[in-house]
Design a protein around this ligand. Structure first.
Ligand SMILES: C[S@@+](CC[C@H](N)C(=O)[O-])C[C@H]1O[C@@H](n2cnc3c(N)ncnc32)[C@H](O)[C@@H]1O
Length: 228
């Protein structure tokens, strides 16, 4: 499959589009945000895609910033293989593939920017989320930024019931039946946290406060910076 081919590779790419409002734009928006940052806007910047999955952010990175030196990291061999097939052989050697968890990266100040889309939500908050975020902060140059997109825990609000019903309505309208929706929620976002906990974790990891840059129902995007 070529870089510009938008066909979903089932089942992952189909289910995420049925489950996540705005998924089709997430990668494009995330790459555009990082590309506008002071460090990653530089020609040939080194960029980490943490939890690249089937390659949505990689496709966008190649399209928007073919000059970036991209490290595509994921612990799942199946996901990496799907991403490699999707990107095709014509990546000009600009993608370095790495089968690993972020927590095992152990690099210091290597990247001008990083993307982590829909990964933190799957990690338990038992020290694992903090190790993940700490490794990401350490991997960035001072002043480097991370675009983080995740499913957040529901806030206490009178509108929350309506938001939950709207999410179910979105899934049904997208063709996801109830059983698949429950299974997908378990697989894709079993450990969401709230905004206060996210701020505490990213500060402890070495980032400044998160700046919320977008929200679609429970899915939120944040810009985080390693202090320069
Ligand atoms: C829901 S998918 C998101 C993939 C892609 N970013 C997207 O938006 O389609 C989560 C991915 O994170 C990967 N992952 C899980 N734990 C990880 C970790 N500790 N470090 C890096 N990637 C991880 C999974 O293997 C999976 O491919």
């Amino acid at each position: 499959m070529g870089v510009s081919d938008p066909r979903p590779s089932e089942p992952y790419d189909l289910v995420v589009q049925q489950l996540i409002p705005g998924y089709a734009s997430l990668a494009r928006l995330s790459v555009a945000l990082l590309a506008a940052s002071p460090r990653a806007s530089r020609q040939g910047a080194a960029v980490l895609v943490a939890g690249c999955g089937t390659g949505a952010e990689l496709v966008e990175a190649r399209a928007q910033r073919p000059d970036w030196q991209v490290t595509a990291l994921d612990p799942s061999a199946a996901m990496l293989t799907a991403a490699q097939e999707r990107l095709g052989p014509d990546t000009g050697g600009a993608i370095h593939w790495q089968q690993s968890r972020v927590e095992d990266l152990a690099v210091e100040g290597c990247f001008a920017g990083a993307l982590s889309v829909l990964v933190l939500q799957s990690l338990p908050d038992d020290g694992t989320k903090l190790r993940f975020l700490t490794a990401l902060a350490q991997s960035l140059e001072p002043g480097g930024q991370l675009v983080l997109v995740d499913l957040m825990a529901p806030e206490r609000s009178p509108l929350q019931g309506q938001v939950q019903r709207a999410w179910l309505g979105f899934q049904q309208a997208s063709g996801l039946d109830d059983r698949d929706a429950q299974r997908a929620a378990q697989t894709h976002g079993p450990h969401p946290i709230g905004a206060a906990r996210l701020t505490a974790l990213v500060n402890a990891a070495g980032f400044g406060d998160p700046a919320r840059i977008f929200q679609a129902l429970g899915y939120e995007g944040f810009l985080l910076q390693r202090p320069g």
